[in-house]
Design a protein around this ligand. Structure first.
Ligand SMILES: NC(=O)c1ccc[n+]([C@@H]2O[C@H](COP(=O)([O-])OP(=O)(O)OC[C@H]3O[C@@H](n4cnc5c(N)ncnc54)[C@H](OP(=O)(O)O)[C@@H]3O)[C@@H](O)[C@H]2O)c1
Length: 245
């Protein structure tokens, strides 16, 4: 069975995906800043699903040098990695021109720079290995910038375009690239929002993501429907409607 490294595995989507893939027999390398939470998750996964291997490691994706070390360490510990999932992310609810620039800087550092470092480290490892699969979490906010989430939307749009470029650059290198565009999944990231249309549980999201990864799709919304249609409509919606979202 394949082995996967997941960033942001201590909560939400990353954590739920770890349980889902453990159930499917994957070997797991789980990273996040919170080593304690990862250790508890490791114990729970081993107790419930007992997959071939579960390695955990503290990693702040804004410590860019450490991201490269972590990919190589996790690969050594699991005897090789087949998939790297750049999933770690934050949503701080930043506003424009209201003294939120620190939130904006942090959002870009984690969601864009940290994610790009993860992908770059994965690509270096997979190029050497001669094959691999890179998966990254964008968002439906990449389709149309959301008010009070300007830097978040920009970071997710930037990361999606980056991943599309990585796919082209690595064409014929036997490295697949999957870009995920989740809608609203019930995690701490968005629990403060008043409206979360088409909300699904992390477990449901993880099941869908596992299928998309196994099919090696190039890109997909999560869930596929209705966001594949809503995403297109979002691009056409007038600014007055988006302002109310
Ligand atoms: N939930 C949604 O509806 C939704 C929709 C679209 C896209 N997404 C994206 O999905 C991804 C996962 O989000 P989630 O909803 O599962 O949120 P979450 O429950 O808040 O989980 C975020 C994860 O990222 C980790 N993280 C945060 N900052 C980090 C850093 N500097 N370095 C390393 N890890 C860091 C957190 O762990 P530590 O705090 O322990 O580091 C945590 O494991 C994010 O990229 C998010 O933007 C979510």
């Amino acid at each position: 069975m394949p082995s996967i490294m997941i960033t942001g595995a201590s909560s939400g989507i990353g954590k739920a995906l770890a349980f889902e893939l453990a159930k499917r027999g994957y070997s797991l390398a789980l990273t996040a800043r919170s080593g304690d939470r990862l250790e508890q998750i490791r114990k729970d996964i081993v107790f419930i699903h007992n997959p071939p291997a579960v390695a955990v490691r503290s990693l702040d994706v804004t410590d860019y040098d450490d991201v490269f070390k972590a990919v190589n360490e996790m690969a050594r510990e699991l005897g090789g990695l087949d998939i790297v999932f750049a999933n770690a992310g934050i949503g701080l609810g930043e506003r424009v021109g209201r003294g939120d620039f620190e939130k904006i800087r942090r959002t870009v550092q984690v969601n864009l720079m940290g994610a790009m470092a993860t992908v770059d480290a994965a690509a270096a490892y997979f190029l050497e290995k001669g094959k691999g699969h890179i998966v990254g979490t964008s968002s439906v906010a990449a389709f149309r910038g959301m008010p009070r989430n300007s830097a978040y939307s920009a970071s997710k749009a930037g990361f999606a375009v980056y991943l599309e470029t990585v796919r082209v650059e690595l064409l014929r290198k036997n490295i697949h690239v999957t870009v995920l565009y989740p809608g609203y999944i019930d995690t701490p990231l968005n629990q403060m929002l008043k409206r979360r249309p088409f909300l699904i549980s992390p477990e449901k999201g993880a099941g869908i993501i596992a299928q998309l990864i196994e099919k090696k799709v190039k890109s997909s919304t999560v869930p596929v429907y209705p966001w594949n249609i809503v995403g297109r409509l979002m691009k056409m919606a007038p600014a007055s409607l988006v302002a109310r979202m």
